[in-house]
Ligand binder design. Structure first.
Ligand SMILES: *Cc1c(COP(=O)(O)O)cnc(C)c1O
Length: 348
């Protein structure tokens, strides 16, 4: 495979991966049934497999990470209660206010990294900082905090892996407090490969987790929600209400299964490519945990279109910040070419 998207190098996101020939063959060969009847063997097998990987009882295949997250939030939080998380979390930033718009859930956020670590910690969970903001369920004046949401890796944090000790501390505390923990694990695969922490360890530190097959794993569509059997039974109803009940969707689950077989361990290559980009472009290596590189003090309005004109596509985050994401469809030659183009533009 080359790094080409019509000859270019597309570093805007790891969602841009296209199914490989092997994945397409697996999709074509998938055994299918009607999944709304619970009769798609490929979907059922994938759900069982992912539930096992994370050490949970059950799982549900859903069309998107947003649907996985939002159904999970509805499971761990009742209307009028709040879910707490960091201000840059995907669930609060990019999901169109779904928790409020669909379910009547209140959201409250803390600014991560403001607990003393400053910029260097932005995007990483501080258990103490979250716990300090939790409000009781039995107070006549306060909105009750039913759940805390954490994101691993952290998207807006630039692919940061959450520290295991903080996740453990939050989990241990949550058991005594009667507060649920939801993991937005869209890129938990990257966290696992980068840190060596087993997926089951991440899984047992959350009541519900949503994991994406369509990011670095390279499937075209699909996420999986994992939780207890009881919660997944309820999730199945919510999925249907939201229009997410799909029929012979084994063709998509087969892509996910293929991705787990062939594209999980190779994420290490994406991480290596990101470190190479950071090195060549002078980004802070301490902030490059996985497959993202954030470059600051860049005139994004100039650099982004100029790079595009030379076939290098990068993400425009803000006026002074761009983001590069490595993935399956970008090889080492592509990374080197992108670094050369960007290096020259940034130096100007
Ligand atoms: C991509 C992503 C999601 C889900 O996105 P969808 O586009 O709805 O699949 C959720 N959380 C994070 C952190 C993500 O990066």
């Amino acid at each position: 495979m080359t790094s080409s998207t019509s000859g270019g190098v597309d570093l805007r996101s790891d969602t841009l991966t296209r199914p490989t020939p092997g994945m397409r063959a697996a999709m074509a060969d998938a055994e299918v049934g009607d999944d709304v009847y619970g009769e798609d063997p490929t979907v059922n097998a994938l759900e069982e497999r992912v539930a096992d990987l994370f050490g949970h009882e059950a799982a549900l295949f859903v069309p998107s990470g947003t649907m996985g997250n939002q159904i999970a939030l509805r499971l761990v939080c009742e209307p009028g209660q709040e879910v707490l998380g960091d201000a840059d979390a995907h669930v609060f930033t990019y999901e169109m206010g779904a928790a409020a718009a669909l379910f009547g859930l209140s959201s409250r956020t803390v600014v991560s990294g403001s607990g003393g670590g400053g910029y260097g910690d932005a995007g990483t969970v501080s258990a103490a900082q979250l716990i300090a903001q939790v409000r009781p369920k039995d107070d006549w004046h306060l909105t009750a905090t039913a759940a805390v949401a954490v994101e691993n890796t952290h998207n807006r944090g630039g692919g940061l892996v959450q520290p295991l000790d903080q996740l453990q501390e939050l989990w241990d505390w949550s058991r005594g407090a009667g507060v649920n923990v939801h993991l937005d694990g869209a890129r938990i695969w990257n966290a696992h490969v980068a840190s060596g922490v087993p997926l089951s360890t991440y899984g047992r530190l959350a009541d519900t987790a949503s994991v994406c097959l369509s990011k670095g794993l390279g499937a075209p569509v699909g996420s999986v929600l994992v939780a207890s059997a009881e919660r997944i039974a309820a999730a199945r109803l919510w999925r249907k209400r939201l229009g997410g009940g799909m029929r012979q969707v084994g063709v998509l689950a087969a892509a996910g299964a293929y991705a787990l077989d062939h594209h999980l361990e190779r994420l290490a290559e994406d991480h290596e490519h990101a470190r190479l980009l950071a090195d060549l472009l002078g980004a802070d290596p301490a902030r490059v945990h996985t497959n993202m590189v954030v470059l600051d003090d860049v005139d994004a309005a100039t650099v982004v279109p100029a790079a595009r004109a030379q076939g290098v596509l990068v993400g425009h985050v803000s006026a002074r910040r761009i983001r590069l994401v490595t993935h399956l469809d970008v090889d080492r030659a592509g990374v080197e070419r992108a670094a050369k183009v960007l290096g020259e533009l940034i130096a100007r």
